[in-house]
Ligand binder design. Structure first.
Ligand code: NAD
Length: 261
């Protein structure tokens, strides 16, 4: 539990991995700026829940991260409402699967904008204040698809490989200022994002949902269990600790030995 009050901004924290990370950071005593595509009333209710449950300050934004101006505005809102951005978790992301030659142009642009460019613009907005304070933690949620490829995921793999490269550059540029920058590369995580992929296998192979999920995980991971968002939250809390002060520029797989093969 931190005694020095620090503020964490977690993009895409209205559900899934982002919410799991935000909850662990809240439980560890960080004030939390929540964000995601909820309406403002629902988002504010979630922020109120954080304040009640974790006794931390919390606010919410539903900025659409496809627009770089909204990314900058999100970082400024966090600074205005909570006073700083000490921890930035670039987590928001979408998925779409299709062969490259049939991939819809707009989906390419949206995936690159949300999964890659928004991390760049958020870092651009947050780093000056972190440098001024001489302390910062940036955690980019990449994927195993930042390290290896899968068919039908051209835009996603391009974006996530980009996130890993961006992480390394930001780590090098800010190593002189008490700022660490790391990427987490999860394999399968139990969230809404993977449900369409489970359903597709269920439909193709006439399987029940549970069987289809086991089939999906087993195709790639030696360890046939999905990671839970809270487990990634615990890793994020560690990366924010003083024990992780020299850990920077890494891409950390949490993937049931997917990328070990
Ligand atoms: P999710 O669908 O549960 O959450 C996605 C979040 O991004 C939501 O909060 C949503 O509101 C937000 N978002 C989507 N479009 C947005 C937009 N245009 N503007 C602003 N916010 C937007 O998915 P998740 O699985 O929790 O994914 C979170 C991150 O983890 C993504 O970057 C994803 O690529 C990555 N990831 C997921 C898995 C997995 O198996 N679930 C594995 C590896 C990496």
């Amino acid at each position: 539990m931190r005694t020095d009050k620090k503020v964490a901004l977690v993009t895409g924290s209205s559900s899934g991995i982002g919410l799991g990370i935000a909850r662990q950071l809240g439980a560890a005593g960080f004030d939390v700026m929540l964000h995601g595509l909820l309406d403002l009333e629902e988002g504010q209710a979630l922020a109120n829940e954080f304040t009640d449950q974790y006794q931390v300050r919390s606010a919410f934004s539903n900025a659409d991260l496809r627009d770089p101006n909204e990314v900058g505005a999100l970082v400024r809102q966090c600074i205005d409402q909570l006073g700083a951005v000490d921890v930035l978790v670039n987590n928001a992301g979408i998925q779409f699967t299709e062969r490259l030659e049939n991939f819809p142009e707009q989906k390419w642009h949206d995936i690159i904008a949300i999964n890659l460019s928004s991390a760049f613009f958020a870092m651009q907005a947050a780093i000056p204040l972190m440098r001024e304070k001489g302390w910062g933690r940036i955690i980019n949620i990449a994927s195993v698809h930042g390290l290896v490829a899968s068919a039908q995921k051209s835009a996603y793999c391009a974006a996530k490989h980009g996130v890993v490269g961006l992480t390394k550059v930001a780590a090098m540029e800010n190593a002189d200022a008490g700022i660490t920058v790391n990427a987490i590369c999860p394999g399968w995580v139990e969230t809404d994002l993977v449900k369409p992929q489970i359903q597709a296998i269920a439909d193709q192979q006439s399987l029940g949902y549970e069987q289809a999920r086991a089939e999906l995980v087993g195709q790639k991971q030696a360890l046939r269990e999905m990671t839970q968002p809270a487990m990634l939250g615990a890793l994020a809390v560690f990366l924010c600790s003083d024990d992780a002060a020299t850990m920077t520029g890494t891409a950390l797989p949490v993937d049931g030995a997917w990328t070990a093969q």
